[in-house]
Design a protein around this ligand. Sequence first.
Ligand SMILES: Nc1nc2c(ncn2[C@@H]2O[C@H](COP(=O)(O)OP(=O)(O)OP(=O)(O)O)[C@@H](O)[C@H]2O)c(=O)[nH]1
Ligand SMILES: [Zn+2]
Length: 350
Amino acid sequence: MSKGKKKLTKGQLRRVRDNRDKRLSKRKDPEWDNDALGPQIKGRIISRFGQHADVETMAGEVFRCNLRRTVGSIVVGDEVEWRQGNEAMAGISGIVEAVHPRRSELRRPDFYDGLKVVAANIDQILIVSAVVPELSAQIIDRYLVAAEDTEIPPVLVLNKTDLLDEQGLALVETILAPYRAIGYPIYLVSSETGEGVDALKACLKDKINIFVGQSGVGKSSLINALMPEVDLVVGEVSENSGLGTHTTTTAKLLRFPSGGDLIDSPGVREFALWHLPAERIAWGFKEFREYLGGCKFRDCKHGDDPGCALRGAVEQGEISAQRFDNYHRILESMNSDRPTRHFVDPLNDK
Ligand SMILES: Nc1nc2c(ncn2[C@@H]2O[C@H](COP(=O)(O)OP(=O)(O)OP(=O)(O)O)[C@@H](O)[C@H]2O)c(=O)[nH]1
Ligand SMILES: [Zn+2]
C-alpha cells in the first residue's frame, strides 16, 4: 500500500465485503428456459469478465455465456460444461453450468479474499530472464520458489542472447549451471534474431503456459515472436515500463499458431512471492527437500546452527552455495516485505 493513502479498518473492510456478497447474491440467471438450450458440451474459459465468460469449444469457436448462479468461481483456463441457447439474447449465446476439477491454480493476493485464483489448469510457468537489465540468480530463485509453491512445473528462459559474446555466454552458463544440475529445463533464446525460438515453440506445444518475469526482460517481444498476430505493446526498458503499456486487465487465453496456449494479463505477469512461511520457502528449493527434517534441531534455521543437514550438503558440494545463499536472502527480504505486500487494495490501486 503506498504512503499517504487511507487504510480501511477491519469493520470498514467487513462492510465492503458484506456489500459485495449482497450484490453477488442478487445475481439472476438469465431467462433461459431449458427447452431453449442445446445439450451440455465441454468448453474452455478463455476470458472472464463480470458475470460473463467467453467459452471456446473444442472446435475453436467462441461463445459469450452467462454463468449459472450455482457454479462456483470461474476463471480463465477452467474447463466447463455449458449449453448453447437456440438464439442469442442480448449478445449472450449460452450458459455455463458446471466446472471441472482443476489441475492447478494460480493465486494472487486480493483485498477481499486473501488469496484469489486468477487462472486455472496452467501446465507450465516460463520464467523469463535476460542479460539486460541483468541476469540475477536471486530473482530466478524467487520466481522458482513461487512456481514450486503452485506445484506447476517451471521452465527457465534466458532471452536476449544476441547481446552476448563468447565470454558473456560462458558467464551466463556458470550462473545457470546449478539449475541445469537440478534438472530445470533451460532455453536460451533471442526474440530479436529468432535464435532458439523454434525449440521454445516445441516446449510450449500442447500445454497451457504463462510467461512471468521482471519488466523489460522481453516477455512481450517473445510472445510477439511466437504469436505474431497478437502484437503486444513492446516498451523500452525504463523505470516506468510495465506500469502504463498494457490496457487490458483481465487474463485471456490465446492460442500459439505452433500449438499450445498462453494465458496472459498484467495480473498474471505480476506473479511473485507474496506470503510464504519460511518452511515453504525452503521446500521451494527442490534440491533441499531430501535434507529437510535431517537437521540436528527440529527448528533449525539452516544458518549457523550446529548439525544443519542443508549446510552439510552445501559443504559436500551437493547443494549449490549460490542457491543456499539466495535462500537466506529471500528469507531476509520476506521478513521485511511482509507487512506491506500482503494485500492488493483495489480501492487504493490506481
Ligand atoms: N537485444 C535484444 N533486445 C530485446 C530482445 N527481446 C526484447 N528486447 C528489447 O527489450 C525491451 C523490453 O522488451 P519487452 O518485450 O517490452 O519486455 P517485457 O518483459 O514484455 O516488459 P513488460 O511489458 O514491462 O513486462 C524492448 O526494448 C525490446 O526491444 C532480444 O532478444 N534482444
Ligand atoms: Zn538446518
